[in-house]
Design a protein around this ligand. Sequence first.
Ligand code: SF4
Length: 239
Amino acid sequence: MIKAPVRRIIPHSLVDGPGNRTAIFLQGCNLRCAYCHNPETQKIYTDNSSLEIEWMTAKEVFEEVEKNIPFIRGITLSGGECTLYPEFLTELFTLVQKAGLSCVIDTNGSIDLSKYPELMEVCTGVMLDVKAWDEKKFKRLTGGSNEVVKKNLKYLADVNKLEEIRIVCIEDEVDTEDILKGIKTAIGYKIKTTKLRLIKFRNHGVIGRLKDANSPSDEYMNGLKEMALKIGFEKIIIS
Ligand code: SF4
């Protein structure tokens, strides 16, 4: 079995997808977001040089999940960027689904998920970050490209795996209005049934360029919610 670098396993989480879930955080990320709350999870390891991570097989992780089965609805894989390890996810989700639990991915959307149909087969849903719509804004914010994120957005909506869209909102930094309009163009009427989470930026844990940026006001967030409603979203959460 393939091993993946596990940073942390939280047995019970109510903030990582629907219901009570075991959340598994894998080490390593291919972006460098200026607002990253978990910069310690970014470095990609290929060896045993870090004492902070444990290389585990899907079976070993499943044995940890099994202990929580009476209390959880499913598992969520997060990071870092968990889709850097698609074969591991496929093996783990296959085991977890057989136990009757749901399997959710929390992702920055930068890995083309259409290339992993076997993973999508055993994945219940994907929580997709859309960090900026304009290519230059995305690059400035993350260091990467959003071309694949947009492709994943449409693909996941088409195969009914889009569990939630997430936008971290920061005034003058994130083009939230353009994101909302872009999503509508990409997935059409499915904006009505897809959960949209507008996340208020908070700077705790941030060491990047935005470490001193202000959190948006409640008024600003409510304005974004109004805008989303006008565009056609119906299931909007502010957090
Ligand atoms: S995608 Fe997530 S883990 Fe990666 S740098 Fe951005 S915020 Fe941090």
